[in-house]
Design a protein around this ligand. Sequence first.
Ligand code: HEC
Ligand code: HEC
Ligand code: HEC
Ligand code: HEC
Length: 177
Amino acid sequence: MMNKKNLLVMGLSLLIAGTLSAQTYKYIGADKCKVCHNKPATGEQYKKWQADPHSKALKSLTNQASIDYAKKNGIADASKEPKCLKCHSTYDTVAANLRGGILATEGVSCESCHGPGSAYKSPTIMKNQKLALQNGLILPDQKVCVTCHNPENPFHKEFKFEAYLAKIAHPNPAAKK
Ligand code: HEC
Ligand code: HEC
Ligand code: HEC
Ligand code: HEC
């Protein structure tokens, strides 16, 4: 028979296990995703991301608009400013001990939208959507987008989910939907 104390201990250990696994997911970087996600037959997601503004988001922090904004607002260098990097660079939003290969140059990388990949990246897990989701994969919806696409951004434009999604679409034409 389960008594109350046993239930409490079980609950606590589940809680701790859950917290630990969430914390141990590491950010492996776009080059690792590229190994499997750059084939034309399955949608060459890496190449599409390279052409999409997210991969260039860090570079924008050194463009003229950023230089002008920084000067007006007492920011020494927007590309080193945590207030800007928090939405323009995945690397800079990740604690040092969770950086497992992600590079400082990636801008807004795959894992800002899909979650840290260290546990879901293996082919057996990736091929099984349920397992992948249990191991940290995120299939992002509008809620993920508006963590960055919001008025806290000094260059914010109205965020229209469907239209914005279409601009960065990278579907897998071979996937059964
Ligand atoms: C070892 C190969 C491999 C690596 C590395 C890998 N994937 Fe995958 N991924 C797959 C395979 C295989 C599928 C199943 C669909 C397919 O064949 O493309 C998949 C599916 C996905 C899906 C669709 C899931 C679904 O069920 O709709 C996403 C999203 C994804 N991967 C993102 C990533 C990201 C982000 C990374 C890097 C952090 C990554 N993958 C690394 C092989 C890989
Ligand atoms: C981690 C922050 C972050 C998340 C999450 C994010 N974005 Fe972005 N997005 C940016 C930044 C920063 C830019 C500006 C890139 C640049 O040009 O420097 C941008 C630019 C874009 C653009 C180009 C806009 C234009 O003016 O052409 C589109 C489209 C877009 N995002 C769609 C999306 C969608 C759809 C989602 C959710 C599925 C999403 N984004 C999630 C940070 C993010
Ligand atoms: C809350 C998240 C967020 C913060 C904070 C943020 N940005 Fe952005 N930034 C974005 C997003 C999202 C876009 C794309 C907006 C769009 O086109 O819809 C963007 C776009 C830009 C652009 C336009 C890109 C281009 O086309 O040239 C510049 C420049 C820029 N941001 C600079 C900055 C600077 C400088 C800071 C810090 C003072 C900053 N951002 C802080 C999210 C953010
Ligand atoms: C700005 C957010 C964002 C970024 C950055 C991003 N993705 Fe995605 N990705 C999405 C969204 C949204 C979907 C559609 C999810 C769905 O179908 O529910 C998607 C779908 C996918 C799929 C599934 C395609 C299908 O049709 O089954 C794969 C694979 C994938 N992404 C891989 C990647 C890889 C690899 C990178 C980096 C090289 C990347 N993504 C970068 C938002 C993003």
